[in-house]
Design a protein around this ligand. Structure first.
Ligand code: ZN
Length: 146
């Protein structure tokens, strides 16, 4: 499977011109994740004031799905309240499991372009990698506060 099967233009644009590229200089949490099945790598950094995801950025390499997904995720979550960001991560996982309602799906905005990935099990890990890195960063932020 390649981007031909998905929303090619939007995903290709995010792959070639990743949004939020480069980890923030003042990251409060940073995570590096690998997907050995595909050779994808995402390094994600976030900064937060305790309530809001003030800044987010990533670096990485790998397939177009993994990189476009990390870009879409970063764009969607930047500047949003942490509680909402956690919710969005859960919604994306629901999307990949095919369990999402139409109303919930609308919250994912452009990240919905990846909906078709759920039909290609080996690639789900590619699409989720950036979101998984995000969740780890949020865990790290919560641990720092506790
Ligand atoms: Zn991949």
């Amino acid at each position: 499977m390649d981007l031909d099967d998905l929303y090619q233009d939007l995903l290709l644009d995010h792959f070639k011109n990743p949004r939020c590229h480069g980890c923030p200089n003042n990251s409060d949490a940073e995570t590096e994740l690998l997907n050995p099945l595909c050779g994808d790598k995402i390094t994600l950094g976030v900064s937060s004031d305790g309530k809001t995801l003030v800044d987010i950025g990533f670096e990485g390499r790998g397939c177009s799905i993994s990189q476009a997904s990390a870009s879409l995720m970063s764009e969607l979550c930047k500047g949003k309240p942490i509680t909402e960001v956690k919710h969005l991560a859960q919604m994306f996982r629901k999307l990949m499991r095919g369990e999402i309602s139409e109303q919930e799906a609308a919250e994912l905005n452009d990240a919905l372009a990846l909906a078709g990935v759920k039909n290609f099990a080996p690639r789900i890990k590619c699409a989720v990698l950036g979101w998984e890195a995000l969740e780890r960063c949020l865990d790290e932020l919560a641990a720092d506060e506790a």
